[in-house]
Design a protein around this ligand. Structure first.
Ligand SMILES: O=C(O)Cc1cc(O)ccc1O
Ligand SMILES: [Fe+2]
Length: 452
């Protein structure tokens, strides 16, 4: 056994605890071991690893990616992941779709809004309970995204999953889930988000169900923190508020299945043990969670309404500077103080496609109809903005300092048009009358000067 001294920042995993342990930071180079001395020091590939562990690298970026973007993690595990007992067989997961997926019978051009997708009496896991609402781009060329609603009632038992296609940004709206991953355990509840990286194996357990939420499946370059520009080094999302799990492993022999999403298709193989057998790891490619209540919004302090990019929590670049594959934007509680200003979002058409979800409360541009658990889609270049009531209310409101309270909605905004799935168009509770919310907007112009 190798008796090296543990580094100062070392975090010990709880071997049995019910509360997972976390390490703060976003994209840090972490190191963590569940057994003392399991992590080699000063090198990655000793001739023999301590405890008889196998060393294995998980690369999240090309080997040659620029160093500030290069991400990989070294795992020290009971068995190498290549040990599975049969070839991959295709399986059908009918409601989880991938781009390109253009249903010829569905019209994606339009302003759309949905009530919360209801639970059914079906037992659904993280994999079978995924309901794709929209797809954008192309999973094979690694551009674009899909948006999903998850409806989960059952824990995965001796079943594991990974997506080779994507990282998943998870936004819970109801219920609590536990993500038991190769790199440790993340518990997740509403007002928090998590990112599960591409290729990382995990099992999802229901802590408090049924669970519902939203997922942004990112086919492209990883989410990162947006540059703050002149805002400086603080506010918006701060790195220390992101938490990655400490190492936690299972040494359990049980016939199990591994489901793999690969190029938009699902496959299964069998394995004789829990693959969550990483005893120690170090690196910067890791799952992470973040409490949205720690997001520090920056906004207008005198007049006008800035572009919503001011509320970007995370951005996934597309290769075109400043034009994201996906921005994840948060509309949370904040003070409204702008003078002589129409304070809610303005009317607009946007080259980017905006999918929104309501986590809780009321959204200022749509005081009615956009309810917690609900979604809306304003696709590429389609006009939208405040409904009639929001417009009249905000145009006539006394402009004192006002706290927008009890509000948390978000947007997955992508440079690619989003195509509705058949599920979104025909099975999910689409509000047929959504566009009527702008019906009553009247012409005020009569050719005479003056405020109307
Ligand atoms: O359409 C929406 O409600 C999202 C949005 C909010 C905002 O403050 C400005 C622009 C925008 O697209
Ligand atoms: Fe918008």
């Amino acid at each position: 056994m190798n008796n090296q001294t543990l580094p100062r920042a070392f975090v010990q995993a709880p071997s049995t605890g019910t509360t997972p342990g976390y390490m703060p930071g976003f994209g840090n180079d972490f190191e963590t071991e569940a057994l003392p001395g399991a992590l080699p020091q000063g090198m990655n590939s000793p001739q023999k690893c301590n405890y008889g562990l196998y060393g294995e690298q998980l690369s999240g970026t090309a080997f040659t990616a620029p160093s500030h973007q290069n991400e990989r993690t070294w795992c020290y595990r009971i068995r190498p992941s290549v040990k599975h007992s049969n070839r991959y067989a295709k399986i059908d997961i009918p409601f989880w779709k991938s781009a390109p997926h253009v249903d010829p019978d569905v019209i994606s051009l339009g302003q759309y809004r949905w009530d919360p997708v209801p639970h059914s009496d079906q037992a659904l896991t993280w994999v079978t309970g995924m309901r794709t609402m929209t797809t954008a781009g192309d999973v094979n060329t690694q551009v674009g995204m899909a948006s999903h609603v998850y409806l989960v009632t059952e824990s995965m038992v001796d079943q594991y999953f990974f997506s080779a296609d994507s990282e998943l940004l998870i936004v819970p709206q109801e219920g609590r889930l536990r993500f038991c991953t190769e790199l440790g355990i993340i518990d997740l509840e509403p007002k928090e988000i998590a990112i599960i990286p591409r290729g990382l194996l995990y099992r999802v357990e229901v802590l408090d169900g049924p669970a519902r939420g939203f997922v942004c499946e990112n086919y492209g370059q990883k989410f990162e923190l947006p540059g703050r520009g002149p805002i400086g080094a603080n506010c918006m999302a701060n790195r220390r508020d992101f938490k990655s799990p400490v190492a936690a492993y299972e040494d359990r022999d049980a016939p199990s299945t591994v489901i793999i999403k690969w190029c938009g298709q699902f496959h299964e193989t069998t394995i004789g043990h829990s693959p969550l057998d990483v005893v120690a790891w170090h690196g910067n490619y890791a799952p992470v969670k973040y409490d949205l209540r720690t997001y520090c919004p920056v906004g207008a302090v005198l007049f006008d309404h800035p572009d919503p990019s001011i509320f970007t929590v995370l951005t996934a670049p597309s290769g075109v500077p400043g034009t994201a594959n996906i921005d994840f934007v948060l509309f949370r509680e904040r003070w409204m103080v702008a003078e002589n200003t129409f304070r809610p979002p303005w009317y607009h058409k946007n080259i980017m496609s905006e999918l929104m979800g309501n986590i809780y409360g009321q959204y200022d541009a749509k005081p009615q109809g956009f309810i917690p658990g609900g979604l809306s889609l304003h696709n590429m270049m389609l006009p939208h903005g405040p409904d009639k009531n929001a417009f009249e209310g905000a145009s006539n409101a006394e402009l004192k300092a006002e706290k927008l309270d009890n509000t948390m909605s978000f947007m997955f905004e992508t440079r690619f048009p989003q195509h509705l799935t058949g599920f979104a168009a025909n099975e999910a509770p689409l509000q047929d009358d959504y566009i009527d919310c702008w019906d009553e907007i009247e012409k005020k112009f009569d050719g005479t000067p003056g405020v109307k």
